[in-house]
Ligand binder design. Structure first.
Ligand code: NAD
Length: 506
């Protein structure tokens, strides 16, 4: 009989030209772990440049036929993918929980938000419609079209192994591009599962490819002359690097980076609702969300009461394996857990008040997972590393401010600008906040204001490099380029020589 520690270790494949592809002989190998048990479950090949080139070549070869496939047929395939995903989303959620660690409900929520973008992409015929002007000049017509770019590279982070790729590939594919996805090497199986689903939905081979890897694979994508666009999501230093290298190589690049999201709580807010929101948004997915709240900005007069309410609620959370009904799961790796714990050490040493210490943890799991309990700090100041750095773990820092103005000034001076929220019952204050705050996604009594698929997702400042956000109208714009056609059909009135610059006064 197999014991718990003798789990079979799978070998994950790449997916190129509609089929699983084994690792090259010269591939390096990474390990994939179940964060809730600490056990290695798979090994993942880390592609050398030659494997990336093979995937890009497959995508480039598939491009002309896919670009010329009718909109009706393309839409049918995307709709079929949507139906399969909807019917089997539980399988994908289980894969996410097993490799990322987030609890099953949360993993299902991730899949649903990705599915929203697939549904948005089903409307691509309307989204690609151009304009037409009859008789712009006498018997001269003008119309505009948007055409796909070619091979779209998508490089995604570990924290949303299904949703983040789905921010991009449904729109890219619907618009007629072909895709090479390089998912995070920490939780790569979701990408392969989605590739198999595309095949079942009838997508032609080569339109959607997956290569696993790390920096070497990313560099190969950034340098490949056959890659037209790069959509990257990850930490800020790497986003900036990807943006600079990709654009230097002439590619269209959107690179979404890290975050430090603030929640400003005004004295007139409903403090029970604000405390619920802080706990949900701070500790959901163990704080490993780019839209997680990590800094509570409390106006001094209500800070004691708010911190007490957050602490009271946090103490009720169950920590453990996400398949066993826990509220909060583990961190993704042991190294990441240790890094987050070192921030708790640093906050304590810097003199912040440690209200709840996450280093004391007794999780519900049958292994040695990478757990921390939720941590709550009070009296945090803007010079402490727990405030300045993106921790990406279940650590909430409370910064006290005298008034609304100082709260807004604090948020606006932060180098990140991904998401933020205000909690208040004062419509005028909320309206001012919406206008004055320098952040890309804003919640008013909503702690995680992730835009719906038909709007665009993206932050400001160091949270996004490039000028195009994900999905919605901006996503369609990113994956296409415009062409304007001026035409006339033979007519005697057009004869004669005239070397002047053409004007429309004819
Ligand atoms: P990461 O930057 O470590 O990795 C992201 C991707 O880059 C992965 O595919 C990884 O393999 C690749 N990569 C890693 N090192 C590289 C290197 N040196 N050169 C080139 N590529 C490299 O990020 P992560 O830890 O996987 O994800 C967490 C980060 O992602 C957080 O900073 C979080 O805020 C950010 N994030 C941002 C958003 C957003 O919308 N802005 C969304 C999700 C996650």
């Amino acid at each position: 009989m197999q014991t718990a520690t003798q789990t079979t270790i799978r070998t994950i494949t790449h997916w190129i030209n509609g089929a699983p592809i084994e690792a090259d002989q010269d591939s390096r190998i990474g390990k994939v772990t179940n964060p809730a048990t600490g056990r290695v479950t798979s090994q993942v090949p880390l592609a050398p440049t030659s494997t990336v080139d093979q995937a890009v070549a497959a995508a480039a070869t598939a491009f002309p036929a896919w670009r010329d496939t009718s909109l009706a047929r393309r839409t049918q395939i995307i709709f079929a993918f949507r139906e399969l995903l909807n019917a089997r989303k539980g399988e994908l959620a289980e894969i996410i929980t097993a490799e990322h660690g987030k609890v099953l409900d949360d993993a299902l929520g991730e899949v649903s938000r990705g599915q929203d973008v697939v549904e948005f992409a089903c409307g691509i015929p309307t989204l690609l419609k151009g304009g037409f002007t009859e008789n712009a000049s006498t018997k001269v017509d003008v119309h505009s079209v948007r055409q796909p770019l070619g091979v779209a590279a998508i490089i995604s982070p570990f924290n949303f192994p299904a949703m983040v790729p789905m921010w991009f590939f449904p729109v890219a594919i619907a618009a007629g591009n072909t895709v090479v996805l390089k998912p995070s090497e920490k939780d790569p199986t979701a990408a392969i599962w989605m590739a198999e689903l595309w095949k079942e939905a009838g997508l032609p081979d080569g339109v959607f490819n997956v290569v696993h890897g790390d920096k070497e694979a990313v560099d190969a994508l950034l340098d490949s002359p056959d890659v037209a666009s790069v959509s990257f999501v990850g930490s800020t230093p790497i986003a900036q690097y990807v943006y600079e290298r990709g654009t230097a190589n002439g590619k269209r690049v959107q690179a979404l980076g890290g975050a430090k999201n603030h929640m400003l709580v005004l004295p007139d807010a409903d403090l029970d609702l604000a405390a619920d929101a802080a706990v949900n948004a701070g500790y959901g997915a163990a704080g490993e969300r780019c839209m997680a709240i990590s800094a509570i900005v409390a106006v001094e007069s209500i800070a004691d009461e708010l911190v007490a309410k957050i602490a009271e609620r946090t103490r009720t959370l169950r920590i453990g394996d996400g398949t066993r009904g826990a509220d909060m799961g583990p961190l993704v790796t042991a190294a990441h857990r240790d890094k987050v714990a070192s921030y708790i050490d640093a906050g304590e040493q810097a003199g912040a008040t440690l209200v709840l210490d996450g280093r004391q943890v007794d999780p519900d799991t049958d292994g040695e997972g990478f757990f921390l309990n939720p941590t709550l700090f009070d009296h945090v100041t803007a010079d402490m590393s727990i405030y300045t750095d993106e921790i990406f773990g279940p650590v909430l820092s409370t910064v006290r401010v005298p008034s609304y103005d100082e709260g807004v000034a604090l948020i606006n001076s932060n180098p990140y600008g991904n998401g933020t929220a205000i909690f208040t019952n004062d419509g005028g204050a909320a309206r001012r906040f919406e206008n004055e705050i320098q952040v890309g996604m804003v919640g008013i009594n909503v702690p995680i204001p992730v835009p719906m698929a038909y709007y665009s997702f993206g932050g400001w400042k160091n949270s996004l490099f490039g000028d195009t956000h994900a999905h919605g109208a901006e996503g369609v714009h990113f994956f296409t380029r415009g062409k304007v056609v001026t035409s006339r059909w033979l007519d005697p009135s057009h004869g004669g020589l005239n070397l002047g610059f053409p004007t429309n006064d004819a």
